[in-house]
Design a protein around this ligand. Structure first.
Ligand SMILES: [Zn+2]
Length: 374
């Protein structure tokens, strides 16, 4: 018995360990979100909204490109502090107030679509920002809700438009199963840390047969200007726009949709002129590379390694209200009467139709997809 115990102890003590075999100390490489191969290799170093340097990796098997290692939920949240929507801030949106009339125009046509689906329903916008689109969608008669990681966004949407916005990621919000008849996610999938898990969660909160409208950039149009700039800029990594973490092409999206339980009813490319510019087939590719923000933004609250994230300050309400009042003022200043006129909506829509092509051409700036939960 004693001898057996001794053998056991020796085997445990002298068995292979991480220190005797260094390769065992390496974590298992994370697999590709699309094809699950463990062949993600560094492609390009970029600066993420000027706050941190990250590596875009590329899967050798399927070509999918993504920032690795994945950012944690806290790191992603730090990319969207309250001043993300502040026109005076060197990071984030330069002029978010400009989006207000744009979103009202979109809502005008989406309301028609919602009414065709039913006189009543429950709609969720994931990544709803300040609630501009939801404010317009309230007129449909549907119950509309939002979820956004920014505390300021939730404050603005609730105080200005009386809309319920959960300050969280979709995964953290823990909505009940099959709670929604429709979900809208515009320019969101490229911001999440794990797109496959995110789409699984989206499916869970949609009822069977529920609809998902999704817009996400053409990854190639997103990355090509940065690849070109990185060759020219030498040691300075180019700034990756707006915290994009994943870069999809059409086949990546179609596979992801199918495997996550969605039927793709329509996929088209929108923003063809913009896409051709970004891809370098029309002049103007350089405008897609943001200038690096001043170095002091790296030491602001919310930057990696800097204590006291600004969304946790005790005077949040006063600070948020001051910024919200400024945004109200900017919206009023930006307002143009003719842009709220329905004939202008139709004219604008017709122009957009001209600037769109089927998804297979892959020369536009964004993929626009209409999906249905299987
Ligand atoms: Zn892959």
């Amino acid at each position: 018995m004693g001898e057996r115990a001794g053998v056991g102890a020796r085997a445990w003590r002298w068995g292979p360990t991480a220190s005797s075999f260094p390769y065992m100390a390496k974590p298992m490489p994370e697999s590709c979100d699309i094809c699950t191969a463990t062949e993600m290799h560094p492609l390009l170093e970029v600066s993420l909204i000027g706050r941190r340097r990250v590596q875009v990796h590329r899967c050798r098997r399927c070509g999918f490109r993504q920032v690795r290692p994945r950012l944690t939920a806290d790191q992603i949240k730090a990319l969207y502090p309250s001043d993300y929507f502040d026109a005076g801030s060197p990071v984030g949106y330069a002029d978010y107030a400009r989006e207000f009339q744009r979103r009202q125009r979109e809502a005008y046509f989406l309301n028609r679509w919602l009414r065709r689906l039913g006189s009543q329903g429950r709609l969720l916008e994931v990544g709803c920002a300040l609630g501009f689109l939801l404010a317009g969608l309230k007129r449909s008669g549907w119950r509309v809700e939002g979820v956004d990681a920014s505390a300021f966004a939730a404050h603005y949407a609730s105080t200005r438009y009386d809309i319920d916005v959960a300050c969280a990621t979709l995964e953290q919000a823990l909505f009940p199963d099959a709670a929604f008849d429709a979900v809208i996610q515009k320019d969101l999938l490229e911001h999440v840390g794990d797109p496959r898990a995110h789409l699984d969660e989206t499916r869970r909160v949609l009822r069977p047969g529920g609809w998902l409208r999704l817009v996400t950039p053409n990854g190639e149009a997103n990355l090509r200007p940065l690849v070109v700039a990185s060759r020219q800029a030498g040691a300075t990594p180019p700034v990756l726009d707006q915290g994009h973490l994943s870069f999809f092409c059409r086949r990546h999206l179609l596979r992801l949709f199918e495997e996550c339980g969605f039927r793709c009813h329509r996929m088209r490319m929108i923003g063809i002129t913009r896409g051709l510019r970004a891809l370098g087939r029309l002049p103007g590719q350089r405008r897609f590379v943001r200038p690096a923000p001043p170095a002091e933004t790296m030491s602001r609250p919310g930057a990696p390694g800097v204590a006291a994230p600004d969304d946790a300050a005790p005077d949040d309400a006063a600070r948020f209200e001051e910024l919200a009042a400024r945004i109200d003022q900017e919206i009023a200043t930006r307002h143009r009467g003719f842009k709220s006129w329905p004939p202008y909506y139709h004219y604008h829509r017709a122009m957009k139709q001209v600037d769109a092509l089927p998804g297979w051409c892959e020369i536009g700036y964004d993929f626009e997809c209409l999906l249905q939960r299987v």
